[in-house]
Write a protein that binds this ligand. Structure first.
Ligand code: MN3
Length: 209
C-alpha cells in the first residue's frame, strides 16, 4: 500500500464519539479529534504547500528526517507532523472499554521485559503522570522486539528509525481537562481500559515479532 502523502487528510475515528465513554467522554473526544488533531493536519499541509520537494514524503519520512528538512519548515513539521502522527496512533490504538486483555507474543514480551502486566502498567502510568508539561508516554518495540516505555515532550515522537510504536497515551491537558481537570493520574489510569490489544498485537507482529 502506498503511504499517504501531501495533502494529508484528517483520519476519521474508527469508532463513535461516545465509544470511549465514560473514560473519555464525547465532548472531550470531539474537541480532541475535530479541533486539536485537525489543526495539526491543517498546519502541516499549510507548511508543505510552500515546499513541493517535500510533498511526496510520507508523514513518517518527514518526521524521521527532520534534520535534513529546510530549516524554515523544520519546526512546523516537528510540531504539526508530529502532532498528526501522534494523534493518529493515539486514536487508532483505543477502543470501547470492554473486555480485552494483552494476548499473544505482545503479552509474553510484556512479561519478559517488565516482569508482569501489573509492573508494565505501573511504569507506563508513571511515565504519563510524570511527563512534565505537555507530551506523551509511549510503548515501543526495538528492532529485536524488546519493549520499552519512553516519554516525549510536546509533539515529539520516539526515533522512528530505531523504534516501532505500539501505543501511546496523550497527556496534554486538552486530552483530559474538560472531564478530569487537573487529575491527570485518573485519566491515565482509565486509559488502560481503552487499549486496543488486538491492534497492539498486530503492530507488534508488523514489527517482525
Ligand atoms: Mn492531543
Amino acid at each position: 500500500m502506498k503511504e499517504e502523502t501531501y495533502p494529508f487528510v484528517v483520519r476519521p475515528l474508527p469508532y463513535e464519539y461516545d465509544a470511549l465513554s465514560p473514560i473519555i467522554d464525547e465532548e472531550t473526544l470531539c474537541f480532541h479529534h475535530d479541533k486539536h488533531y485537525k489543526t495539526y493536519v491543517d498546519n502541516l499541509n499549510n507548511t508543505l504547500a510552500d515546499y513541493p520537494e517535500l510533498q511526496q514524503m510520507s508523514l513518517k519520512d518527514l518526521i524521521s528526517n527532520l534534520d535534513s528538512l529546510p530549516g524554515a519548515a523544520r519546526t512546523s513539521i516537528r510540531n504539526n507532523g508530529g502532532g498528526a502522527y501522534n494523534h493518529e496512533l493515539y486514536f487508532d490504538a483505543m477502543k470501547s472499554p470492554v473486555g480485552q486483555e494483552p494476548t499473544g507474543s505482545l503479552a509474553e514480551a510484556i512479561k519478559r521485559d517488565f516482569g508482569s502486566y501489573q509492573q508494565f502498567k505501573e511504569k507506563m502510568k508513571q511515565a504519563g503522570v510524570t511527563q512534565f508539561g505537555s507530551g506523551w508516554a509511549y510503548l515501543v518495540s526495538d528492532k529485536e522486539g524488546k519493549l520499552s516505555i519512553l516519554q516525549t515532550a510536546n509533539q515529539e515522537t520516539p526515533d522512528l528509525n530505531a523504534y516501532i510504536p505500539i501505543f501511546l497515551v496523550d497527556v496534554w491537558e486538552h486530552a483530559y481537562y474538560l472531564q478530569y481537570q487537573n487529575r491527570r493520574a485518573d485519566y491515565v489510569e482509565g486509559w488502560f481500559d481503552l487499549i486496543n490489544w488486538r491492534k497492539a498485537q498486530k503492530r507488534y507482529e508488523e514489527a517482525g515479532m
